[in-house]
Design a protein around this ligand. Structure first.
Ligand SMILES: Cc1cc2nc3c(=O)[nH]c(=O)nc-3n(C[C@H](O)[C@H](O)[C@H](O)COP(=O)(O)OP(=O)(O)OC[C@H]3O[C@@H](n4cnc5c(N)ncnc54)[C@H](O)[C@@H]3O)c2cc1C
Length: 532
């Protein structure tokens, strides 16, 4: 991957008269993009396809953001995307993956078992497979007093699947550009889905479990996806599982990202790595450039921030363009969960074991801030890149307490000791499921919320942006700031809750908005597989 290195001091680029790689000498606008995560690189690709000349400024030395992998003694630690929604053809999001060349279906095995849930206090262990009817029947047989709730969730998922509206996420067109006709059309397409998103199913899972009598079932239902997620979202994920539209990424999350990075460069886009933006330069109410940590300034016609929202608005723009609504959001909304991930390189195979497992612990872990009652096991047995032959990378993931890890990081020795202690706890947890495994551990790596923050700048080390109140989940957020022209925000902080599809689509949508403003027709010229 090439990098143009550190920028020079002073205004370094001319904003007009550049060459567009797909055409002749034309006057093009320069787009400066902050952050080379999924959203930033997506914005860059579509900017290039539409005749803009773009440059991406990334503080780290590789592209990917939270989509990151790193090597440890022959193992590839995968720090990102657990599963990919819409990995097979036939959905609107897959059509976008195709444009960027990331629809590598052969590399994304379909999940047949979504999760194995194991409840240590009661000994329950159950696989939630892509046969939802079988999972429902098994649960109803075991928890006969809670049949109503089980029926509601699983039948709801099956109904959503049959509704035909499951993949109508409205990502193809920027909401800002939707006419009344578009809105009516999109509401019509999604009408069968919309009814699930309103009323009863809009309640969070924490509310759903209030009516559940059995404690083990409560723990299972809360951890089917996320305890804070609304019921319709959990039902939708289950529906996608049944539909075979949830895939694993067998060449690692950076393998997923690679074709997009290559496409961006092939389209003439430029990366500047090790280039932390400290200020967005504004002149006459317009964003006109970025200033890097080394003091150099780069001039452009448009600035897109694909970086953390808080540091963009309150750091790079010093809070000058935050109105009351923005202030309120940053005061009242919580950043989404962050993780502590213990990655274990194990000298043994785990053939046939479900890649995602959730364990309700018999004894919560109490030494790492807020008590930890749930551990997720990720067994990366579905790809050859994660471990040498005959060996397996296994991860134990815990929800991370930001305050705790941030405080610990101030004392390196104490921080390392906490990480080491948690690694032992993780090994003990894997041992409880796979007796004898401890002796095969040959690599240990621990990342904390502080690690995520340090590497990507995401507030509180959040892995998915906001954790919005459930009634705000469907709201669109403005991606511009009042009083600031030629500036856009994309990525996981520019919408309520991140994820691969929405982050990639947000970069595409920002360029659609740019095109409209410049009276251009949005083009897919140079896309890998444009629609016919
Ligand atoms: C462990 C994990 C599991 C996940 N699992 C899934 C999943 O199963 N399915 C799913 O759909 N999604 C999943 N996600 C979420 C999804 O990966 C993210 O929502 C998405 O990748 C975020 O992309 P982004 O471009 O918005 O942000 P980021 O990836 O955070 O990119 C922002 C970039 O900006 C850079 N930056 C920040 N500040 C500056 C600055 N001042 N100057 C220059 N550069 C800067 C950062 O270094 C970073 O590269 C997961 C995420 C994680 C971490």
């Amino acid at each position: 991957m090439s990098s143009s290195g550190r920028g020079r001091r002073g205004w370094s680029f001319c904003s007009t008269g550049s060459k567009w790689p797909l055409g002749g000498e034309v006057t093009v606008k320069k787009v400066l993009i902050i952050g080379a995560g999924l959203a930033g690189v997506s914005a860059g690709c579509y900017a290039q396809m539409n005749g803009y000349s773009s440059e991406v400024f990334e503080m780290h030395d590789v592209a990917g953001g939270v989509v990151a992998t790193w090597r440890r003694n022959g193992y590839l630690v995968d720090g990102g995307i657990h599963f990919l929604m819409g990995h097979r053809s036939g959905t609107p999001i897959n059509a976008i993956y195709k444009e960027l060349g990331i629809d590598q279906t052969d590399l994304y095995p379909t999940m047949t078992t979504f999760i194995r849930f194991t409840d240590e206090p009661t000994g329950l262990s159950i696989d939630i497979s892509n046969d939802l009817e079988a999972a429902k029947q098994a649960l109803m047989a075991r928890f006969s007093d809670d049949r109503r709730t089980i029926e509601e969730i699983f039948r709801g998922a099956q109904k959503i699947r049959r509704s035909g509206g499951l993949y109508e996420m409205g990502l193809e067109k920027a909401p800002e550009l939707m006419s009344l006709g578009d809105r009516l059309g999109s509401t019509w397409k999604a009408r069968k889905m919309v009814k699930f998103m309103m009323g009863r199913y809009a309640r969070p899972m924490t509310e759903v479990v209030r009516e559940v009598k059995d404690a083990a079932l409560k723990r299972l239902i809360l951890n089917l996806f996320s305890p804070q997620a609304p019921e319709w979202l959990v039902m939708s994920v289950l529906a996608m599982v049944e539909d075979g539209q949830i895939g694993l990424i067998s060449d690692g999350c950076t393998g997923f990202m690679r074709p997009m990075v290559e496409r961006y460069q092939a389209l003439g886009g430029v990366f500047h790595f090790r280039s932390r933006v400290v200020k967005i330069v504004v002149d006459g109410g317009k964003a006109v450039g970025v200033r890097l940590e080394d003091g150099s300034e780069h001039k452009g016609d448009i600035v897109i921030s694909a970086a953390d929202g808080r540091s963009t608005i309150y750091g790079m723009l010093e809070g000058r363009y935050a109105d009351e609504r923005i202030e309120e959001r940053y005061r009242a909304w919580n950043p989404g969960a962050s993780l502590v991930t213990v990655s274990l390189g194990l000298d043994r195979t785990f053939q046939g074991e479900p890649p995602l497992q959730v364990l309700a612990l018999g004894e919560p872990l109490t030494s790492y801030g807020s008590p930890i009652g749930i551990a997720s096991l990720r067994i990366l047995n579905y790809g050859t890149v994660f471990a040498p032959p005959g060996k397996t990378l296994v991860q134990v993931l815990f929800e991370g307490d930001w305050e705790y890890w941030c405080e610990m990081s101030k004392d390196r020795k104490a921080y390392d000791a906490s990480k080491a202690s948690l690694a032992w706890d993780a090994l003990r947890i894997v041992e409880s499921q796979y007796p004898g495994v401890s002796g095969s551990a040959e690599v240990v790596d621990v990342s904390t919320p502080y690690t995520y923050w340090r590497y990507t700048g995401n507030d509180h080390g959040s892995i998915m942006g906001w954790s919005p109140p459930t009634d705000q989940m469907l709201k669109t957020m403005p991606r511009t700031l009042p009083g600031l022209d030629n500036f856009y925000m994309v990525g996981q902080w520019s919408m309520p809750g991140g994820s691969v599809p929405t982050c990639i689509a947000s970069g595409r949508q920002a360029v659609q908005v740019l095109c409209r403003k410049d009276k251009k027709v949005f083009s897919l010229r140079g896309a890998v597989n444009p629609p016919e």
